[in-house]
Design a protein around this ligand. Structure first.
Ligand code: SF4
Length: 484
């Protein structure tokens, strides 16, 4: 994985997307898991949630409320968390967050840190930074462990190794952990458990992310399914939690509403296996738990996003990953093709805003604007609308003010094509004439299309649509109603 703030050209995107599209095994793995995740979500919502849409609206309001008073909620969270015995650190960016963690490691003379799953730690490229400073960061989440063994970044924000099937994972464990070649999920889990137990026996510092930080209580809430998060945060002397500032909500009730939306959206489960609500470090009458808990409040351009009256909605994300699972582009190319810590629809919305739009401009083209992501987002973020608006930003025709914008990212062909399209699409007569021509000459579309630069690339992976009757004529046929 490249550095997040590194420039990524259109050619780089084209090459990686083509290589992923040509990887039949990857596409098969992705599509099979995505299908299961989508079906599980659908079944759970249908069988357990009679008022899912009302709950989504409630979730949207909870996040809206939290974002509208985020500065005061952050202060409240800090005051209550300090009262509870937590140590709070503020990090303006990745550099500051990494330095805080390194200084905690050095102060405690520790050169190993055990990590539960944390996308914020991926965002700041913590593992690479610690490695440069001779500190070993060991992943304890099963998916994170698999990709760490093969030196890859997460492919998905919830399921980091979703691109590998059980046979491939068995081979990785055999090659990297000298384990017996297995492919049964229980046996693979057993290998990972045995490997990690050794590490859990003697570690001093553990690290986790945060799902919700609760201002009224000064507490943090971590959701996980494997128990490694609980081990990483309770069996150590020092627990470090990285929390994006947008994770703060007002009350425990608010966090509970978001939890009800998050879990079925992420995996299709009714409830997660482990809910770790951490209200303080170890108390004097307790036998275990960390003696110190440090919470790093990470900004990394989030306050800049918050100050934008349009794009601030990007910060409502609860990282469920369902927009990735439902995206018809993501399930063909997987997360690595986005070249960012955050892939898929939410990645296209937040990567340019966190890491700079110049660096990620071509990423915004990895979207068909079908709108499925907006339909399934549990907190109703209008993802497709935001992606479309960010495309205007990169073309220099948006509201302005996006991080890292210095030049127009649109070539002449693209500009002229859209001008021609706008001219035709805004005139009823021209549009009808075009459709008439497509119907008459449609059969030859593939032949002519292949001669047109731009369209030929599009047609390489898609079949030309067959149009036989217009919507108007169908409506007339079906209902006898004439629309003008
Ligand atoms: S944008 Fe919505 S659907 Fe996508 S990860 Fe965030 S909360 Fe989930």
């Amino acid at each position: 994985m490249s550095n997040s703030s590194q420039f990524h050209s259109s050619n780089e995107y084209e090459n990686i997307v083509n290589s992923k599209l040509n990887d039949a095994q990857l596409r098969q793995n992705l599509q099979s898991v995505m299908k299961t995740l989508k079906q599980n979500r659908k079944n759970t919502i249908a069988s357990r949630y009679t008022k899912w849409e009302e709950l989504r609206e409630l979730g949207r309001k909870v996040k809206q409320n939290a974002l509208s008073k985020l500065p005061s909620l952050l202060e409240k969270f800090e005051q209550n968390a300090i009262k509870n015995g937590f140590k709070i650190h503020w990090a303006r960016d990745s550099k500051e967050a990494n330095k805080i963690i390194l200084s905690l490691m050095q102060k405690n003379s520790s050169n190993v840190i055990l990590k539960g799953k944390s996308m914020a730690s991926e965002e700041i490229h913590l593992n690479a930074y610690l490695k440069e400073n001779n500190i070993n960061a060991l992943e304890t989440d099963l998916g994170e462990l698999i990709i760490q063994l093969i030196d890859e970044p997460p492919v998905h924000i919830v399921a980091p190794a979703i691109h590998k099937n059980r046979y491939e994972i068995g081979k990785i464990f055999k090659d990297k952990l000298n384990a017996k070649l297995e492919s049964e999920p229980e046996k693979l889990n057993g290998i990972a458990r045995e490997h990690l137990r050794k590490e859990f026996k003697s570690f001093k510092i553990g690290l986790s992310g945060v799902n919700f930080a609760i201002a009224n209580e000064g507490a943090i809430w971590l959701i996980e399914n494997e128990g490694n998060g609980r081990m990483s945060t309770t069996a150590c002397d020092i627990h470090i939690a990285i929390c994006g500032i947008e994770k703060v909500v007002e009350s425990f009730e608010d966090a509970s509403i978001l939890d009800l939306l998050l879990v079925p959206s992420a995996t299709g489960a009714n409830i997660s296996c482990y809910n770790n609500i951490i209200g303080s470090p170890r108390q004097s009458d307790e036998l275990d738990g960390p003696k110190e808990v440090h919470i790093i409040m990470l900004d990394n351009n989030r306050s800049r996003i918050l100050s934008d009256s349009h794009y601030y909605r990007s910060l409502s994300c609860i990282r469920c990953g369902t927009c990735l699972n439902h995206c018809p582009v993501y399930d063909k190319i997987g997360g690595h093709a986005y070249l960012s810590t955050y892939p898929g629809p939410i990645g296209e919305v937040i990567s340019p805003q966190i890491f700079g739009i110049d660096n990620y401009a071509p990423m915004l083209n990895l979207c068909s604007l079908c709108g499925r992501c907006s339909e399934v987002c549990p907190v109703k973020i209008p993802l497709a609308e935001l992606i479309r608006d960010l495309r205007s930003e990169k073309a220099g025709e948006g509201r302005g003010g996006i991080v890292g914008y210095s030049e127009v990212h649109r070539n002449k062909t693209e500009k002229n094509s859209f001008a021609v399209f706008a001219n035709i699409a805004t005139s009823g007569a021209k549009w009808r004439m075009l459709l008439w021509q497509v119907r008459i000459f449609g059969g030859m579309g593939k032949i002519f299309g292949n001669l047109i630069p731009g369209l030929n690339l599009w047609l390489k992976y898609r079949s030309y649509p067959k149009l036989d009757a217009s919507l108007h004529s169908r409506v007339k046929e079906l209902k006898g109603v004439i629309y003008e």
